[in-house]
Ligand binder design. Structure first.
Ligand SMILES: [Zn+2]
Length: 275
């Protein structure tokens, strides 16, 4: 067999056995590294991040991050269970932490590991504004967008290390941790973050709106949040989150239009009033 053919067959084999279905869109997505391998590494990187950064505990704001996070997690689970995806969150280990840092940013690693930076709170302004951001970031994690931001070769490298992490708690080398953090949004450690594609942004906006509405938050506030984000980007340094989540009028218009369907989705779960 020719070498090119072997490569082609190997690639085809990998594709066949590494596609995961996105429960929110029904689309097949490429998942060269399964969550069973990614999650142990995510948990390790998350713990390392927390120990290297200033975690805020016991304040009203820190408590708000935890309570909004719990509501978003519960809403995610209700939505998935109602749509035939029982067990989808089985290996999730939800965690919600506020980190003292002036960056306007927030992210969610695979497995439900969330960080909100204090710098974003003046823009989220309220519990509902925070739910917009957390719902959106959780949506990227639920739809496995992070791993699709990485190249196949990076994924394979991470996969090999993740397997080692999972089986013998081996350390993660700096380069692999860098790829991982670039893909999953933990930018401050490596100074670079890969942006999500526009289609991933649109998908996360839609999923995030449904989740926040099911959690009892008013989805009309999503467009308002991104308007504030956009206003905040004028002059001075743009918010960190905008380097990975570019905001524009199309997005704001889409969110405005999708809010009604998110409320309709929430009504299916008995949620009829929104704060
Ligand atoms: Zn996003």
């Amino acid at each position: 067999m020719k070498r090119e053919n072997i490569i082609l067959y190997t690639a085809t084999f990998l594709m066949l056995f590494s596609c995961a279905q996105n429960p929110f869109t029904g689309k097949k997505t490429l998942a060269l590294v399964p969550n069973s391998q990614i999650l142990p590494m995510a948990f390790q990187e998350y713990d390392a991040f927390l120990s290297d950064n200033n975690v805020v505990t016991g304040t009203a704001e820190a408590n708000m991050v935890k309570s909004v996070g719990q509501k978003i997690a519960t809403a995610s689970e209700r939505w998935l269970n109602a749509n035939g995806y029982q067990g989808y969150l089985e290996n999730y280990r939800w965690e919600y932490n506020l980190v003292k840092d002036d960056q306007v940013n927030a992210w969610c690693m695979p497995g439900g590991k969330i960080v909100v930076y204090t710098g974003i709170l003046p823009i989220t302004q309220s519990e509902t504004g925070l739910a917009v951001v957390m719902g959106h970031e959780v949506a990227h994690a639920l739809a496995n967008h992070g791993q699709q931001r990485m190249s196949a070769s990076q994924l394979q490298q991470v996969g090999a290390v993740a397997t080692a992490v999972g089986t013998q708690a081996a350390g993660v080398d700096e380069e692999t941790a860098g790829y991982f953090n670039m893909a999953y949004g933990v930018g401050s450690q490596v100074g670079v973050m890969l942006p999500f594609s526009r289609s991933h942004e649109t998908e996360a906006d839609k999923i995030g709106l449904n989740i926040m509405a099911i959690a009892g938050y008013n989805p009309d506030e999503a467009a308002e949040l991104w308007k504030r984000m956009k206003a905040n980007s004028g002059g001075g340094a743009p918010p960190e989150i905008l380097s990975t989540h570019p905001s524009n009028d199309t997005r704001i218009n889409n969110l405005t239009q999708l809010a009604a369907s998110a409320k309709a989705e929430a009504r299916k779960f008995g949620v009829t009033s929104f704060k």
